[in-house]
Design a protein around this ligand. Sequence first.
Ligand code: PLP
Length: 355
Amino acid sequence: MSRQTQAIIHADAILSNFKLLAELAPTSRSMAVVKADAYGHGAVNVSRILQHVSPRFAVAIIEEAIALREAGITAPIVVLEGAHQAKECAMAASHGCILVMHNQAQLEWMLACPEDRRPTIWLKADSGMHRLGFVLNTLPSIVKQYASLITQDTVLVTHLACADDTSNDFTQKQLSAFLQIATQLALPVSIANSPATIEWPQSRGDWNRLGIAVYGGQPNTANVALAPTMTLRSSIIALRDVPKGESVGYGQNWVAQKDSRIATVGIGYADGYPRHCPNGTPVAVNGERAGLAGRVSMDMITIDVTHISNVNIGDRVELWGENVPINEVAEAADSIDYELLTRVSARVPRIVKYR
Ligand SMILES: Cc1ncc(COP(=O)(O)O)c(C=O)c1O
């Protein structure tokens, strides 16, 4: 390996975050959401780390589930978007997947699938987010019409639009409407994502679906001791003195206000570092904070290290992790931690570390 650009995946942090969240909801069962390559951490890595504590895993699409099976993960896998084509019904059964059914076409595909090749289904209810799921008041007739597909393992699922905002009473509206139908249908429920598990006890159902909080992210208002699970790091590949008045990088976006020392770091937007990070976005050099100076390039960034003594080529630079909270970088880039994590590109090796 040439470049010292890596995403360090902290296995112990992933495990302790999951356990802490599961303990918050002792009457629920919790599953880790490992879609989008486990929010950039590596779905196989994370599933292996959590396989003894997460009795199920959730992914978005069946290809993600099959990749986990090929890596030897044996727990049932919930496919949150369900089938995109009829043939995925039988595929799901043969791979031990549970398909979330969110529209009638999917239910028809399932009916057409030979009975002995049908997977377990969950049913998705649209409780107000208006993205996926059956309209709540149609569910009693859907359940009646497709009774042959419903088993004792069928769970009624919904998703909350605003669970990360405790001041928004929309969550309570979604919960009340959903729970009324769920009680009527007497089906087990799965409602809570991470922020809901942390902030909305009433949403903790039979199954909670834990994504971002497993990876250290939590609502601003919460106070749960979650640890960062990814350190994105690189190293200094060039150093130069830039006299007062000279500019750095594309578009002359940063101009030295005094004689300055600029370090060039081997990571750029092709690695997933957000191109929209402005001047001053924090990084840490040998553990000391510094800021971006100049536009993010495809393979490099430039940072102002004038105030740090003894900086050398090869020194380590943290883009986010223990010293630079990812939320600070996300805020600077006008984005969210979910997006930053999932965008770390395939060019960046994931190195799993146990403390
Ligand atoms: C249906 C569904 N459930 C659960 C999750 C996990 O959410 P979070 O990462 O906020 O825990 C997601 C994530 O997008 C989702 O789409």
